[in-house]
Ligand binder design. Structure first.
Ligand code: NAP
Length: 383
């Protein structure tokens, strides 16, 4: 049996075990013995039993196993990519911000020198909604510029086989035709409220192309639409519209409020993709896409903010009424990606909006109990 199939077997076994015992799976660590790698599967059991299963086996073939470095693994996107990679016979590498601040080029290069990842999914970023972008443009410009300069350079220096970088649909020109095709990038003025973020992210896309041109690196980029799901940011000061509305309706339910106020007129249209679908698309692109041009990742369907609010009301607090505060900014009138390129390669989203919101609210409730929801996750608190 080769290393990959042995590893697959271990994963399968550990998953059956963790399903039975409802526990999480802990993964790999090197031991002091040369050539031996330890796979520790720790389970929290039903019926108050504790089961620790240690599987030790020779790992000389495990050197063949491909190593994926996921940056920003505690965030919305990174955590979904890590969950998705758990279904593959690969080794997943992560580092917290305390271990490797990705803005520090020397630390990043040391990490690559030690770990030598084969693939990099670079999703770390300083991310936020209109309020955060408007109030702290320098943070968005500085952090997001450094984050790709350091990681792409290390990936080139240490010969990473392939790297995927994520842009964002909000970096297309404010008034470009809808649905937005990839070629509209940099064809007009940016949305003023997030121009600093957009410039940094556009330079990340350009950097992928520059490394490809100058050094032949297989660096690709994807352009996700608005994302939502587990581990989203629910801090009303910095969050995006969908998690903000989930929190507002939830708190209105707890307080017994009769209505919830939604920012803006409710007229703008937006597209939303569940982050588990995005994670699947990331792996799909690493396997199937090698072009220099960026590629849109979305559902190809949009809804009015008023419709979104109504779905969230139905899921979270059906008794509430919705009010719109039209004194607040609407942002871009419409933002829908043209995903025909991705569809033509054979990838489609699986999770529809109502179902995705219901799953996210379930996660929110469970995680609130465990105090694991980002309710006050201002970006400045996480630097
Ligand atoms: N959210 C969306 O709707 C959306 C839409 C389109 C594109 N994107 C793109 O997707 C990517 C991820 O976004 P997200 O929503 O997952 O953001 P997020 O939930 O805020 O997560 C960002 C992650 O990046 C990490 N990070 C930030 N600065 C770091 C640093 N200096 N060193 C190490 N780690 C750092 C954070 O670490 P800590 O855990 O320590 O804070 C966090 O884990 C971004 O590139 C964004 O542009 C997001």
């Amino acid at each position: 049996m080769n290393a990959k199939s042995r590893f697959r077997k271990v994963l399968l076994f550990s998953r059956i075990d963790s399903f039975v015992t409802c526990g999480p799976v802990r993964t790999v660590r090197d031991t002091d013995e040369p050539g031996i790698r330890q796979f520790r599967v720790e389970a929290i059991p039903c019926y108050n039993l504790v089961l620790n299963l240690i599987i030790i086996f020779e790992s000389k073939n495990l050197a063949d196993m491909e190593k994926f470095f996921v940056t920003g693994h505690r965030g919305l996107v990174g955590s979904a990519v890590v969950r998705r990679l758990a279904a593959e016979p690969v080794e997943t590498l992560v580092a917290t911000r305390d271990e490797v601040d990705l803005r520090d080029g020397m630390l990043v290069e040391k990490f690559f020198d030690d770990a030598h990842p084969d693939f990099v999914i670079h999703v770390a970023g300083t991310v936020g909604g209109i309020h955060a972008n408007q109030s702290r443009p320098v943070d968005f410009l500085y952090d997001n510029s450094l984050l790709h300069l350091t990681v792409l350079r290390a990936a080139w220096l240490f010969e990473t086989k392939k790297l995927l970088y994520l842009g964002s649909s909000c970096i297309y020109p404010r008034d470009c035709p809808q649905p937005i095709k990839e070629e509209y990038l940099m064809t007009g003025p940016l949305e003023r409220t997030n121009d600093a973020y957009a410039i940094a992210k556009i330079s990340g896309l350009m950097a992928c192309q520059a490394y490809r041109r100058q050094y032949g690196c297989n660096f690709i980029s994807g352009m996700p639409t608005n994302l939502y799901g587990p581990n989203d940011n629910f801090d009303l000061q910095t969050s995006h519209v969908l998690p903000a509305l989930i929190r507002k309706f939830h708190e209105a339910k707890l307080n017994g409020d009769s209505s919830v106020t939604v920012w803006g007129t409710g007229q703008p249209r937006r597209e939303f993709l569940h982050v588990d679908d995005l994670a699947d698309a990331c792996l799909f692109l690493l396997e199937n896409y090698d072009e220099s041009e960026t590629i849109n990742i979305g559902t190809g369907q949009d809804v009015q903010i008023s419709e979104l609010a109504d779905i969230i009301r139905t899921v979270v607090y059906p008794e509430a009424k919705i009010k719109f505060d039209s004194s607040k900014p609407d942002g871009t009138p419409r933002k829908l990606l043209d995903v025909s390129k991705l569809h033509s390669l054979g990838w489609q989203h699986q999770i529809e909006l109502h179902d995705g919101i219901a799953r996210t609210y379930d996660w929110f409730l469970r995680s609130l109990e465990q105090q694991q929801v980002r309710l006050q996750a201002g970006v400045e608190n996480r630097t």
